[in-house]
Design a binder for this molecule. Structure first.
Ligand SMILES: Cc1ncc(COP(=O)(O)O)c(C=O)c1O
Length: 443
């Protein structure tokens, strides 16, 4: 243990004499590999520095002429932090709200054990926009499905009357709900759960988008099933959009068996899919909905669970809580994230931008039918899947796109997701599509 000297801002941020602005992409990579948990494999030789506009990042790459230096290039952000930045990087309304409240309004930091005046603003805005009775604020996205899981169980015991400790929560194969023990217990991806067992008990998985499989499970075990906890469109699985009639049928089945429909809208919420919340596209209303990511306007981690009086009403003091869930800055940012979604018509932008991108994807599939197997999307949550061949590799596509100034990332071996900020311009969408077209052509 030793003292650490920290001075400066931005490039001048200096740790024990090492100025951040002097580090090369290679040195950044080396520090991360040596000093962090190696739980990510980021693209090599590129380091994001700052924002140019709402969909453009400035990145540093190795200087081909001098290993001790770097060059800066622009990168179109085709991923916007896995849909956390729907409002665009450094959205001015959000930045102003943060700065004003911190510097002029003297925003305090206090926990939920004492009331603060901004909570009311958030609760009024969040219940109105979601159409739900109650909202419970949390922090990370994963905390939303985690809380929906807890709520499902408690509602199952106290309202539905499931015998103690026998509640079942049903998940869908291919799901992604985050990285907590509950989320990985729901997962069927061995990379996520291997050697982290034993899993949380009381979970059953069904095939996604298969109403007969759900029906069979509900008929066999419905009296002990508390909820179907599920993404309205599976994001990390590679943008899997269910059939149009799937959700209405699911909602009916849930009603019949007195089972909660708990939708994880962490990725699909906040206008991403062309509606404020993706379930609205399918004409259903869940009993519980979890939001995260863009709920914090791309600036702060904010998540929440919204739901009915009957379900959220099972919470009692001491049964749930979070130091930073609903603290003043979180509630101000979340309120303004909702305001931006409304004022800037983000759902409409997602719809229009999505049509443009999907039309380009359809052209690309028609042009390269031997390479592109399927294109999928709703709003600006889109993906293309290549045929399963060694050269049609999603990671290679990401690396090649980077060379062409576009950031998008594979979700699986042969699927690449594209989900830019909803504020992206038509020209920037075309530039993303041009780069993808060029890369696919070169494979
Ligand atoms: C549907 C869904 N739920 C939960 C999460 C977890 O969110 P976070 O990584 O912020 O904890 C994600 C993240 O990708 C997600 O897509």
């Amino acid at each position: 243990m030793a003292n650490v000297a920290i001075t400066g801002y931005g490039d001048n941020l200096t740790i024990d004499g090492v100025r951040i602005g002097d580090l090369t992409p290679h040195q950044h990579g080396k520090i991360e590999k040596q000093k962090s948990g190696n739980n990510y494999s980021p693209l090599e030789d590129v380091v994001v520095s700052h924002v140019k506009d709402s969909s453009t990042l400035v990145v540093r790459k190795p200087n081909p002429d001098d290993v001790s230096k770097y060059i800066e290039e622009e990168l179109i952000d085709g991923l916007c932090c896995y849909s956390a930045v729907n409002q665009g990087q450094l959205n001015q309304t959000l930045v102003d709200a943060v700065i004003k409240h911190l510097s002029e309004e003297k925003l305090p930091t206090v926990p939920r054990s004492i009331r603060h005046k901004y909570m009311s603003a958030f609760l009024m805005a969040a219940t109105e926009i979601t159409g739900m009775d109650r909202v419970v604020p949390k922090v990370a996205g994963v905390e939303a499905p985690e809380l929906m899981f807890k709520l499902s169980r408690r509602w199952g015991y106290r309202v539905k009357g499931i015998p103690k400790d026998e509640a079942i929560v049903v998940g869908a194969r291919g799901n992604f709900h985050g990285r907590s023990m509950t989320a990985i217990s729901l997962s069927d991806d061995p990379d996520a759960y291997n050697d982290f067992g034993p899993k949380v008990p009381g979970i059953e998985l069904v095939e996604y988008n298969n109403i007969d499989a759900l029906k069979e499970l509900f008929e066999a075990k419905g009296d002990r099933i508390a909820s179907y906890l599920v993404e309205p469109i599976q994001g990390e699985a590679g943008v899997i959009v269910p059939n149009d009639d799937y959700w209405p049928q699911v909602a009916e089945l849930c009603k019949k068996h007195n089972i909660l429909l708990a939708m994880d809208e962490v990725q699909t919420g906040f206008a991403r899919t062309g509606a404020n919340f993706a379930h609205q596209l399918f004409g259903v209303k869940p009993d519980l909905m979890g939001c995260g990511k863009a709920a914090g306007g791309g600036i702060l981690p904010v998540s929440f669970v919204a739901g009915s009086n009957e379900v959220i009403g099972v919470l009692t003091p001491g049964s749930e809580g979070s130091t930073f869930g609903g603290y003043p800055l979180g509630t101000v940012v979340a309120t303004y994230a909702i305001k931006v979604m409304e004022d800037e018509n983000l759902a409409e932008k997602a719809r229009i931008g999505g049509e443009q991108l999907m039309s380009r994807f359809n052209d690309m599939q028609a042009k390269f039918p031997d390479k592109v197997k399927e294109v999928r999307g709703k709003g600006l949550l889109t993906a293309f899947e290549m045929h399963n061949e060694p050269n049609l590799n999603g990671h290679t596509v990401s690396v090649e796109l980077l060379k062409r100034g576009v950031y998008a990332k594979e979700t699986h071996h042969s699927t690449v997701k594209v989900a830019p900020a909803l504020t992206i311009s038509a020209d920037q969408i075309d530039r993303i599509a041009d780069a993808i077209d060029d890369v696919i052509g070169s494979l």
